[in-house]
Each structure stands twice: as C-alpha cells, then as structure tokens.
Design a protein around this ligand. Structure first.
Ligand code: SAM
Length: 349
C-alpha cells in the first residue's frame, strides 16, 4: 500500500547529512519548523522528514536559513510500494511518468540512491536507464548528469521507493545526496584541495577573481595549489614542507613559519584561507592579528574543527571573536569536511 499523500500543510523530503551529523541537522530543521519528524533510512545520515509546511513553503523556509548540517534534500512527491523484484522498475517508472506530466522540462538528471543493505533483483543503473528511456521516448526529454533543468530523485528503501521531481537548487546540491565528486588529478598535492574546491562551488565563489591570497596552515599545499591554478599570487604560511612541485611556481611565496610569527602590511590580501585543523579557539587567536592584512570586502574561508560536540556554540563563539571586522556569510558542513565545518566570511570593518 502506498503511504499517505502530503497535504497543503505537510510535506515529505529525503534529507541527508554527513554520516554521524544528522542529529544536528534535525535540531536545525526542528527549530525552523517545530513538529518536524524524522524516520531513519541510513543511520545518522539519511532520513525521511515530515515537515508541517507545504512543499513550496518548506523549500523556501529551508533555503532562507539553510541548516549547516543539511547536505542535501529532495521532495517526496510520491512514495510507492516495491518488493525488490524487477516489477519495481515498471512501478517506479509509471509513477515518474505521471508526475512528469505535471512538471515537464527539457532536460533531467535521474539520481537513484538506496538504503544500505537494501537488495533487489535489479541494479540502480537499470532503473535509471528505464526512467531516462521512458521520459525520452514519451516527452523527448534529454537525460544529463550535470546542469539539468530538473532532477528526478528516487530513494529505494525496503518496501518503499520515495520519488520526487525538483529543480536542482531546491535540493541544496545537484549531486546525488550532496556527495560532491571531483576527479583526482595526477600529482595533486593533497585531497584537502577538494575541500576548498567544494567551498568555491557551495558558496558560489569564483577564485579567479582574487589576486592576492594568504593561506594559513598551507602544507602540503592542496589549497595553495588550487588558488595558484586560479591565477592568484599566494603567500603560504606553514612550518611544514609544501609539495616540492609547488615550490617552483612563480606566484608562490612560502613562509616556513608559525602563523603567530608572521605579519603583513594592512590590506595586502583580498582572500584569506585557513585550514589549520586546530582547536577553533587557538585558530581564531592566531587569525585575529592577520585580519588587518585583508582588504575591506575581502573574503575568508576557514575550517572549524568540531571539538566537543557543540558545533553551534563553536560557530557562534568563533564568529563573535572575529566581529565586527568580519561578517559571516555562510557556515556549512561540506561533503569533504570530516569532523569540521567550513565558514565563509567577509571583511566589513
Ligand atoms: C590539515 S593541514 C592543511 C592542509 C592544507 N589545507 C592543504 O590543502 O594541503 C594543517 C596544516 O596546518 C599547519 N599548522 C598547524 N599549526 C600552525 C601554525 N600555528 N602556523 C602555521 N601552520 C600551522 C600544519 O603544519 C599543517 O600543515
């Protein structure tokens, strides 16, 4: 039997956080809409959320005050019963065909996810191909991986497939489940580079627009190498060694020093990044004297390590310590963050 339909005042979404951090996202969502309930699909990561707001109001409310720990969401327009046999493919495809008539588009990305240990007689790829094939045949829709006009999401759980069609921005991320995948390049200095790449994407930044960057805690150099790739002149501060390939770069200055032992003229940099992996308190103490070297309007991207399970307090305290010089633009736990989150700030004083 299919689950009860949503009403004008309640709607369902599949919501995903980094593994282990879903409880924080749930706290944030309950604060936005008291009475919101969650049913587990993947422990501490993915849940069905029933929120006491209509679909569009829920999307708007969440977009206006985007929860730090909510990585991805998609609406559930229909939840259909499935039994793990190949019949599921026809059942799910029929539901999507029906929904698609109400919200046609020229291009779609079909994203299939499933609960852990949920086995069936078919692979997700078969289901994806069947959906894409049907929509192409019947509506002439182009199926793409990125930059689709709409995303068709299917989450397969034991006994139920949760199906929704949405615009990419309504999902917070256009990657399936918000799991952002970058291709690993040859000779890449560190996987940490992905964190800054993801921050650029998640915060809508364009690092080619910055000319002078200061990277605090730069070794082995993933962030520095990205900023050099983007054309910035980079001053990298770290007592540890940088990747040898970077050292030849004409736009790099490596100061092999502790962040507490360096100083720069006022307003030298338009971008400051810091990924020191220290206690936020210590990190902020080291950063504060360096903020004078950032131009007005300049950007800071900083990772905050989550130390004692009080992430909201950590963000509040760290940001407050940098006020009124800096203004928080956004705090987000990115897919590539582990026990940390990333803050994006702008210098306003
Ligand atoms: C997580 S790693 C940074 C990785 C870097 N973002 C990358 O992409 O390769 C942290 C770095 O912070 C540096 N660090 C820790 N304390 C520091 C301090 N007081 N001053 C400067 N660097 C420091 C460490 O030496 C270490 O290389």
């Amino acid at each position: 039997m299919n689950e009860p339909a949503d009403t004008a005042d309640t709607s369902r979404f599949i919501v995903t956080s980094n593994r282990g951090f879903a409880a924080y996202a749930q706290d944030e969502l309950r604060l936005l809409a008291p009475g919101t309930k969650f049913d587990e699909l993947i422990a501490a990561e993915t849940y069905v959320m029933r929120i006491p707001l209509g679909r569009e109001a829920a999307i708007r409310t969440i977009a206006e005050r985007e929860p730090i720990f909510l990585r991805h969401m998609h609406p559930v327009d229909e939840a259909v019963s499935i039994d793990g046999t190949k019949e599921d493919i026809a059942v799910v495809t029929a539901s999507i065909r029906k929904q698609f008539q109400n919200a046609p588009s020229r291009s779609i990305a079909v994203q299939i996810r499933k609960a852990e240990g949920c086995r069936g007689d078919y692979e997700p790829v078969e289901l994806r191909e069947a959906i894409a094939g049907t929509l192409s045949e019947q509506f002439g829709v182009l199926s793409v991986v990125k930059d689709a006009e709409r995303i068709v999401s299917v989450f397969i759980a034991p006994g139920t497939a949760y199906i929704g069609i949405s615009a990419p921005e309504q999902n917070l991320s256009d990657w399936p489940g918000g799991a952002v995948r970058f291709r690993k390049e040859e000779g890449q200095a560190s996987r940490a580079k992905f964190k800054l790449l993801e921050a650029e994407y998640a915060f809508g930044l364009d690092f080619t627009r910055y000319s002078k960057a200061l990277d605090i805690g730069a070794a082995p150099g993933g962030w520095t190498s990205l900023l050099l790739d983007r054309g910035a002149e980079v001053t990298a501060v770290d007592p540890a060694e940088l990747h040898p390939e970077l050292l030849r770069h004409p736009k790099l200055t490596h100061m092999k020093r502790n962040a507490g032992d360096v100083a720069f003229p006022s307003h030298t940099f338009d971008l400051l990044v810091c990924d020191m992996s220290w206690s936020p308190k210590q990190m902020v103490k080291l950063i504060l004297p360096l903020l004078d070297a950032l131009r007005y309007g300049g950007t800071a991207i900083i990772t905050l390590k989550l130390m004692h399970g009080k992430p909201f307090q950590t963000v509040k305290d760290s940001v407050r310590a940098m006020q009124p010089t800096m203004e928080l633009q956004k705090a987000k736990q990115l897919f590539h963050n582990r026990d940390e989150l990333t803050v994006y700030l702008r210098k306003i004083h």
